[in-house]
Ligand binder design. Sequence first.
Ligand code: SF4
Length: 172
Amino acid sequence: MDKEITAVRIGVSACLLGQRVRFDGGHKHTPFITDTLGKLFTLVGVCPEVGCGLSTPREAMRLEGDPAAPRLVVISTGEDLTEQMLAYCREKVVELEKEDLCGFIFKKNSPSSGLSNVTVYDGGIPAGFGRGLFADAVVQRFPLLPVVEAEALSDAPLREEFIERVLAYRKK
Ligand code: SF4
C-alpha cells in the first residue's frame, strides 16, 4: 500500500461510516466507503447535526422556505435551527482547513449533509430543491474540493472519477 495515498484524507458524513448519529439513532453504514475507500484513504467523519449540539435520537428536520437560502426546521414543532447550524458550519469549515481534506463524501437527501436535490418545503408542500446547510458551507469554503454523494459511488465510472479527482486534488 502506498503510504502517501493512505495519508490522503477524505471527509465523510459520519453516519456513512456506521456511526449511530442519525435522528432515529441509527446509521447508514456504507461498506464500500469503509472497506474499500477506507483502505485507500484516511476517512474523517463529520456529523453536523450532532456537531451543532443536537442529541441522538432527535426530531426529524427538513429544509423550508426559499430553495436558494433554505432554513433548517424541526418538522414536528416548527423550531428553526438554521442559526444554530450556521454558527457550527462557520467554525467547522475553519477547523476542516487544518484537516487538509482532498475530498468529501456526503449523505444524500439530508437537510444538513445533502449535496443537491434536497427537497425544500414551503407551506408544508415541496417547493423546490436545495443543498443541505453543512454541505453548502463546505462547498462555499472549498469550491475546488472534489465532492460526491455516497450513492453515486455505487456507479463504477463515477467512483473511479471521484478517486481520480481526489488524487489530482492532492497534487495541487
Ligand atoms: S446525514 Fe449528516 S447530519 Fe445526518 S446523521 Fe448523517 S452525518 Fe449526521
